[in-house]
Structure formats: C-alpha cells, structure tokens
Write a protein that binds this ligand. Structure first.
Ligand SMILES: Nc1ncnc2c1ncn2[C@@H]1O[C@H](COP(=O)(O)OP(=O)(O)OP(=O)(O)O)[C@@H](O)[C@H]1O
Length: 255
C-alpha cells in the first residue's frame, strides 16, 4: 500500500481476494489474490486456457464470480447490488480484436463513452480525442471509418478510446494477438507510453516483449492459480530450474 503524506493508506487501484469461477465442473479461477497499485503495470501471462481472459472479465464485471471479493479503489464492486455500468465507466478495456464500432468514424468511436457515459460536451470530447489521436499519429484518420486503418492502427485507436475517459484502470486482453507481427511493435510503443505516463494497467499477453519491456510485475497463471508473482526484472532473471515445464516450453523455448 502507498502511504499518503498524511500517513493515511491509499487502497490499491485493484484488489482481488479469493476469486473463484467455474463453468460447470471446470474450475477456471481457483482462488486468485492480486493487488495492483496506482501507476503499476501488471502483465498476466500463462498458457492458453489458464484463465487470463476470464480474470480480466471478472474485474470488469462482464463475468460473474462464484466466490471472492473485487475492490476497485477500495470499493467492493463484487457486491451484487453494484451498478455494473458505473463500474465499467471507471475501467478502460481493449480486447483482442473488433474493438471499434465499424459504422462510426474513429473520432466518434473515441468520443462515444465520454459523451454518452461521462456526459462531456461533444466539442470538449472531440478536442481531447483529436489531441490523443494526433499524439499517436492518427490525427488524419479521425474522420475515417475503422476499415480504412491497419490492424495496428485500429488497436491503437481502440486503446486511445479506452483511455479517453481517464479510467482508473486499463485492462488489455491480448491486444496484439490478432495482429501481423510487424504491427505488434507500434501497439507496444503506445502501451509503453501510457505506462510511462502513469496509467495503471493489467494486461493479459502472450507477447513476452510486453511483459519484459513494459510491465513492472509479471503474474503467471497456471490452471486458474497464480504460481508466480514477481517484479518483471526478477521474473525474467529467475533460473530455468525454478520454472515449470509449461512456462519453459511456452515462454523460454529458445534458451
Ligand atoms: N463462458 C464460458 N463457458 C464455458 N467455459 C468457458 C467460458 N469462458 C471461458 N471458458 C473456459 O475457461 C478456460 C479459461 O479460458 P480463458 O479464456 O480465461 O483463458 P486464457 O488464459 O485467457 O486463454 P487464451 O490465452 O487462449 O486467451 C478455458 O478452458 C475456456 O474454455
């Protein structure tokens, strides 16, 4: 926990305790405890099916939990009486693909939540959106429809849309896995810039470059349990013998 100047403790942006979720007999999340401090960037890694997406979806209340507690800046949002839309308004999310509405211009995509959910006047929302799009080299595409953009440009626009409302937390779920390899770098650069700006991020990724170059912490999920949670530098420096076979075959095959 961070201590404020007054000595009062600030709750983490996200605190998960004992999160469980099963689909039928299949226990997909088996007691997840995780704290994410303000400005921290956490990479969630693990084999396909280990529960990364399900975990992110529970945080955003897109998936219900069977047990556990989700605290967002100290507020228990897992209480069934919670207004899910209000919580989603505090969290930015970007998925693997199909994030942008195809029938809206890039600018309308980026300003939609600001205008409709946060009630920011159109002119102000557009001024801010144009600034954000310009800062990532997409200013000329503001009036275009998404299909005019490359996959990498679309994902960057989707990330800009997710941060346009200044969310307390940004969730990125495999944002580069549908991209051609040569487009991954430009998305990584944007995420790196957001991290440098202090955005609090939890990202599920199969791209080790994201975990190694952008994350402060790496959390390794195996069959619904966290089996490693370490600062990124330590995580990548850990000896091979400390690694599970699954980890080695997936993430360090060349070594
Ligand atoms: N709605 C659902 N109904 C039934 N099973 C589900 C559902 N959602 C997820 N699962 C199962 O939960 C397990 C975990 O899925 P999840 O998508 O969270 O894994 P993941 O680690 O994100 O995988 P990937 O890296 O492939 O995206 C998988 O076995 C999946 O089939």
């Amino acid at each position: 926990m961070n201590a404020s100047p007054a000595g009062l403790e600030t709750p983490p942006v996200l605190r998960l305790r004992g999160i469980r979720r099963a689909f039928g007999d299949h226990e997909v999340l088996r007691g997840i405890d995780l704290d994410v401090a303000a400005h921290e960037v956490v990479a969630l890694v693990g084999a396909s099916g280990s529960g990364k997406s399900t975990l992110l979806r529970t945080v955003n209340l897109l998936e219900r939990i069977d047990d556990g507690v989700i605290l967002l800046a100290g507020e228990d949002v897992s209480d069934p009486r919670t207004d899910a839309d209000r919580v989603r308004g505090r969290i930015g999310v970007v998925f693997q693909a199909y994030n942008l509405f195809p029938h809206l211009s890039v600018l309308d995509n980026v300003t939609l939540a600001s205008r409709l959910v946060h009630r920011i006047p159109r002119a102000e929302a557009e001024r801010r959106a144009l600034g954000l799009l310009g800062s990532i080299g997409l200013g000329d595409f503001a009036r275009s429809f998404p299909d005019r953009l490359s996959g990498g440009q679309q994902q960057r626009a989707a990330i800009v849309r997710a941060i346009a409302t200044d969310p307390e937390l940004l969730l990125l779920d495999e944002v580069t896995s549908a991209l051609d390899p040569e487009l991954v770098g430009e998305v990584l650069e944007l995420v790196r810039a957001l991290a440098a700006r202090g955005t609090t991020i939890v990202m599920a990724t199969h791209e080790m470059a994201f975990a190694r170059d952008v994350a402060d912490r790496v959390v390794f999920l195996d069959a619904g349990r966290i089996i490693e949670d370490a600062p990124a530098r330590e995580f990548f420096a850990a000896p091979r013998e400390a690694r599970s076979r699954e980890f080695l075959s997936r993430f360090l095959p060349e070594a």
